[in-house]
Design a protein around this ligand. Structure first.
Ligand SMILES: [Zn+2]
Length: 382
């Protein structure tokens, strides 16, 4: 049993993410582990995080939806959790895949404000509406309740699904810079003497953060501050712009990825260094799509696509599926408007991630499924 729990915690870990471009919702772990009505079990259980993560995936109809988890330091020694759960939480905290704060205060709301994320909470936050007026917007505060197969999410306002809003103006300013913490090691804001590398040996390659993936600082008396250490952060220069894109194959969002300013990224059947589509393609699509088919490039805030394929690339302006609107580029570059889609083959599209509010997956794989079953989903590279 304990063995399986560890595997479930590993599966949950793959869904934890403080990358501002990838996280889809934010929650307070100390609240979620105490949703005892979800399973009628122990006073606190980390598996309830898995139930809430599953509920978010089902609501957004997408695989591998990541959440931004904040927890108060006291949870790391909470005797209601098992020693294994506490150990795992400490490792997550040290690796920086979750955010630890001395006290919660309104940190979850602040993260949601800065990044425009929905909040998963049973709290109605009535006392915070003055500071965060978006609390009253549809889909911004979504309550995990008892539902089909564990947990379900119910929006406090509007009754719809968890949905992002616009980042606050203060948030946009904060996120335009990189920040550095004087404490070392600091998993979130690099240490004064390269503290970032302290845990580098322990990290799995897939956890390596991209440039600019740094989470949002907290504001104390208007000054950017490390949420974990409470130390004033120094400005470490401009943050590279980033744009989250998604790959949709046959109406299903298969993968989200981030294009970072001045770091061109190739997408194709099996590019040497880029985003690989091969495992999701039909035989016909595999024959048509080149190993490296298109290259995405973000410069000066403008996203462009360059065809590097044998057969050419379709552009669907404004996402139009009307064949008369479809353009073909071959060995050419084209700027992408916000709702334009890139078509590598009929039904194989890449566009800005926010264009798709539903991932099109009717029954996403649960993190509570044990690991051996999940490993069967990995298709070998070819
Ligand atoms: Zn710090």
């Amino acid at each position: 049993m304990r063995f399986e729990t560890s595997k479930v915690l590993d599966a949950i870990e793959r869904r934890l993410c403080v990358d501002p471009a990838m996280a889809r919702a934010v929650l307070d772990l100390s609240e979620v582990v105490r949703y005892q009505d979800l399973d009628q079990g122990r006073p606190a259980s980390m598996l309830r995080l898995g139930m809430v993560v599953d509920a978010l995936g089902r609501q957004l109809a997408e695989e591998d939806v990541p959440v931004y988890v904040v927890l108060p330091r006291a949870l790391l020694s909470d005797a209601d959790l098992t020693s294994n759960e506490r150990m795992v939480a400490r490792r997550w905290a040290d690796d920086g895949v979750v955010e630890v704060v001395p006290q919660m205060n309104d940190r979850v709301l602040e993260v949601a404000d800065i990044l425009g994320l929905p909040v998963l909470s049973r709290d109605r936050f009535e006392g915070f509406r003055g500071s965060y007026p978006w609390i009253g917007d549809p889909g911004r505060v979504v309550a995990p309740v008892v539902g089909h197969g564990g947990a379900a999410l119910v929006a406090r306002v509007g009754g719809g699904q968890a949905s992002p809003g616009a980042p606050s103006q203060a948030g946009v300013r904060l996120m335009s810079r990189m920040w550095r913490c004087p404490e070392s090691p600091c998993a979130s804001f690099g240490g004064a003497d390269g503290g970032d590398s302290f845990f580098a040996d322990l990290r799995q390659p897939e956890q390596e953060s991209r440039p600019g993936a740094q989470p949002p600082p907290t504001l104390r008396n208007g000054a950017p501050t490390c949420p974990r250490h409470g130390a004033r952060l120094s400005d470490a220069g401009p943050r590279p712009a980033a744009e989250a894109l998604a790959i949709r194959v046959g109406g299903v969002v298969r993968q989200r990825f981030v294009v970072v300013e001045n770091e061109p990224l190739e997408v194709g059947r099996a590019p040497d260094n880029g985003i690989m589509l091969g495992q999701w393609l039909s035989d016909e699509a595999r024959k048509w799509i080149s190993r490296a088919h298109v290259r995405f490039d973000l410069r000066g805030g403008e996203l462009s696509v360059t065809d590097v394929s044998t057969n050419g690339t379709g552009i669907r302006p404004g996402g139009s599926m009307d064949e008369d609107d479809r353009l073909i580029i071959k060995r050419k570059t084209r700027a992408l408007d916000p709702t334009d889609l890139v078509e590598l083959y009929p039904g194989v599209h890449v566009g800005r991630a926010r264009n798709w509010s539903s991932g099109g997956v009717s029954d996403p794989v649960s993190v509570l499924t044990d690991a051996p079953t999940m490993s069967l989903r990995v298709v070998p590279r070819s």
